[in-house]
Design a protein around this ligand. Structure first.
Ligand code: ADP
Ligand code: TYD
Length: 212
């Protein structure tokens, strides 16, 4: 299976509350001001089937075992890649994805304790070999994640404890070390505008000549 490395797929990763949605929204304005079209996608979700799977996954009333949870995240991704991401990349458009393959490795692998090699293998099948050209990892610590989130409206994944989140963060830190070419780590404990500037600089560097 070919792994396409240079494409316009940019993914955002980080523990809950790290600021991904905030930064993606600002990035939209920046791309707009550069008159470059971008497509925003969130995981799990992004199309009819994946949004239905999202509801099942995040509903606090559902008791889902870890393996079935993993397969649901992967099923959602398989549909999203095939129906939405690949056609957009084929048109050479930018796709910004709020979470992607690394989320499953860290949440279900490092967090739930599932076999990481197995997750990597299924990830590769679900993405049809596509890897993001760039992954922005916004790094915050677990206490900041908890402090930034509402305790009232936590979804099923957010309702898990601090130990789980610490393992997830450890996973992100290790992946950033392991795949430092692709994953660029940014300090999320900074002002929103400083973080945005850092992200824009990284994107300019990665897509030289395309964005000023
Ligand atoms: P995520 O999408 O990663 O879960 P959000 O962008 O929704 O994170 O941010 C979670 C909360 O933290 C929001 O209330 C947001 O306004 C706030 N927030 C985001 N970035 C910062 C920052 N750099 N400093 C302080 N608060 C922030
Ligand atoms: P979401 O509300 O999108 O969280 P956030 O705003 O932090 O991105 O909820 C997605 C939740 O699902 C989040 O807690 C991370 C989790 N998740 C996994 O556990 N595995 C995965 O593969 C993905 C994509 C998300």
């Amino acid at each position: 299976m070919d792994i396409q490395l240079i494409n316009k797929l940019i993914t955002f990763e980080g523990i809950d509350g790290s600021g991904k949605s905030t930064q993606i929204q600002l990035l939209n304005d920046w791309f707009d001001s550069n008159k470059i079209k971008i497509n925003n996608i969130r995981e799990p979700g992004g199309n009819n089937i994946s949004e239905v799977i999202r509801e099942v996954l995040l509903d606090r009333d559902n008791k889902i075992n870890s393996f079935s949870e993993t397969l649901l995240f992967l099923a959602s991704r398989a549909q999203l890649v095939d129906e939405t991401i690949l056609p957009l990349l084929a048109k050479d458009e930018f796709v910004i994805c709020d979470r992607f393959i690394d989320s499953t490795v860290v949440y279900q692998g490092y967090g739930r304790g599932l076999d990481i090699d197995l997750i990597n293998k299924i990830n590769l099948v679900t993405t049809q070999g596509i890897l993001p050209h760039l992954t922005i990892y916004i790094n915050i610590d677990v206490d900041m994640s908890v402090a930034r989130r509402s305790v009232v409206n936590n979804d099923r994944m957010e309702a898990v404890g601090k130990l789980f989140l610490s393992n997830v963060k450890k996973g992100y830190d290790e992946l950033a070390d392991l795949y430092s070419e692709r994953i660029k780590m940014i300090n999320g404990d900074d002002t929103i505008s400083n973080i945005q500037n850092n992200i824009q600089n990284i994107i300019k560097e990665q897509y030289k000549g395309l964005i000023c």
